[in-house]
Design a protein around this ligand. Structure first.
Ligand code: 5AD
Ligand code: SF4
Length: 434
């Protein structure tokens, strides 16, 4: 057996893709190693979403190459979004032997064979059909409690700032039979939670099954199985999805609903195809059906031509919604996107960073407020394992996706238990067994 080491960057989708790659490679004589120094093949599954994500990978490529001294036949591979975006430019550095885009993983064993004969190999073909539907991923580095299941690939939205439609190609939904089968396998292996993944899960459609239908099918597998999903697009999240979430006790009440901006002119320029008013109506609809639903978001500050006043609209929508948590970013121009072709990246870095810090400070206080509202309440949590800070404590999440820690010697990873919130930080609920 040869030894394969893979580092994964970017989104949860990439984590699941790495699991698919391990599964494909296992059938061709490669076993997984977590020790880079013993690897015959070192790969990075990469992300292109922002420039700093790519910069990090360049550093890793140099690092991987330091292992060639001891092992001249070492193979270095780049997978994922950066492979798709940069293509031959990666091979031209002379530091990379294999480049494979997100739809090319079935060809990896062949590519590696050819590399062994001394020629660098590349496959960055995008597909309209590939979903890896028949492949059972080899689950990695997680707790044995919670598994990712990809339900679709690619994206058809073409938000003007976003590189994903170019790196992951057109949207396609996976056959629901294979999704349900994979979720059943997870249950048999002892998993207690699955997260259904897609760039835009609300547009899932396979034959006559839409996302609400799929959610119900997966929820039906076992009342002991928690069902989560990510990511929803505000323009597409339907009443049917919201009502399905409310109807099934094992579908977690958490929606990640990226707002990106609170200003209509900027939303239009971003090509998000909803307005502030539309977004707030969706939030109201969610809260009406599920008052306890966790709502989290993504936002970009300093998008092309964003004025101070327009940025204030992002602050105000954060306050209006009162998000439980958020991921916030400086706008990073991505070559080839509509925004890069049509609008100058004209907000100075200092201004972006000042706005970003202001938004982060606001979100920290909103997270704290949200957590304070939970003090005194009890929640069912799924135990994920010992807490990182204090091994005498366990950690686990509420349905709304808040992290809890509590002293406990009775339970173990995969158990459900009930905790009472005693106190909190902006990131964690500090609890006791109820
Ligand atoms: N610059 C900054 N942030 C971006 N995102 C996507 N593209 C960019 C970009 N060019 C953010 C969005 C998205 C999250 C995954 O990354 O907020 O929801
Ligand atoms: Fe990064 Fe987006 Fe690709 Fe995920 S899909 S790896 S977030 S660029």
């Amino acid at each position: 057996m040869k030894k394969l080491y893979i580092e994964t960057y970017g989104c949860q989708m990439n984590v699941n893709d790495t699991e698919v790659v391990f599964s494909i490679m296992a059938k061709h004589g490669y076993e997984r190693t977590e020790d880079i120094s013993e690897a015959d093949v070192i790969m990075a599954n990469t992300c292109s979403i922002r420039d700093n994500a790519e910069q990090r990978i360049w550093g890793r490529i140099d690092y991987f190459n330091t292992f060639r001294k001891a092992k001249p036949e070492l193979v270095v591979g780049i997978l994922g979004c950066m492979a798709e975006r940069l293509k031959d430019a990666l091979l031209d550095t002379g530091k990379v032997n294999v480049v494979a885009g997100p739809d090319a993983y079935r060809s990896l064993p062949t590519l590696l064979e050819a590399v062994q004969e001394g020629h660098p190999q590349i496959n960055v073909e995008l597909s309209r059909e590939e979903t890896y539907g028949d492949i059972s991923p080899v689950r990695i580095d997680r707790n044995g409690v919670s598994a990712f299941i990809s339900i679709m690939r690619g994206c058809n939205n073409v938000c003007s700032y976003c590189v994903v439609p170019y790196t992951r190609g057109a949207e396609r939904s996976r056959d629901y039979h294979t999704i349900v089968r994979e979720a059943c396998e997870c249950v048999e292996k002892g998993y207690k939670e699955v997260t259904l993944l897609g760039q835009n899960v609300d547009s899932y459609k396979y034959e006559d099954v839409n996302f609400a239908g799929l959610l119900a099918m997966v929820a039906q597998i076992s009342p002991e199985l928690r069902v989560r999903f990510s990511t929803s697009h505000p323009k597409d999240i339907s009443d049917e999805v919201i009502d399905t979430m409310a109807a099934w006790p094992n579908i977690c009440h958490h929606i990640h609903l990226p707002v990106q901006s609170g200003n209509d002119r900027i939303l239009e320029k971003m090509r998000r195809r909803y307005t502030r008013e539309w977004y707030l109506e969706r939030v109201a609809r969610i809260r009406q059906a599920m008052p306890d639903c966790g709502i989290t978001t993504d936002a970009i500050v300093g998008f092309c031509s964003e004025t101070e006043e327009e940025f204030r609209d992002t602050l105000s929508i954060f306050e209006e919604v009162g998000y439980d948590a958020a991921f916030m970013f400086n706008y990073s121009e991505r070559p080839g996107t509509l925004a890069s072709r049509n609008y100058p990246d004209d907000i100075p870095l200092e201004v972006k960073t000042r706005r970003l810090n202001e938004l982060i400070a606001l979100q920290n206080s909103l997270s704290l407020e949200s957590n304070r509202r939970d003090v005194g309440k009890t929640f069912e949590v799924l135990v994920e394992g010992p807490s990182k800070k204090d091994p005498s404590e366990l950690c686990g999440r509420t349905g709304s996706n808040k992290m809890c820690v509590w002293k406990d010697s009775q339970h173990k990873a995969g158990d459900y238990t009930t905790v009472r919130v005693l106190d909190c930080t902006s990131a964690t609920l500090l609890c006791e067994l109820a």
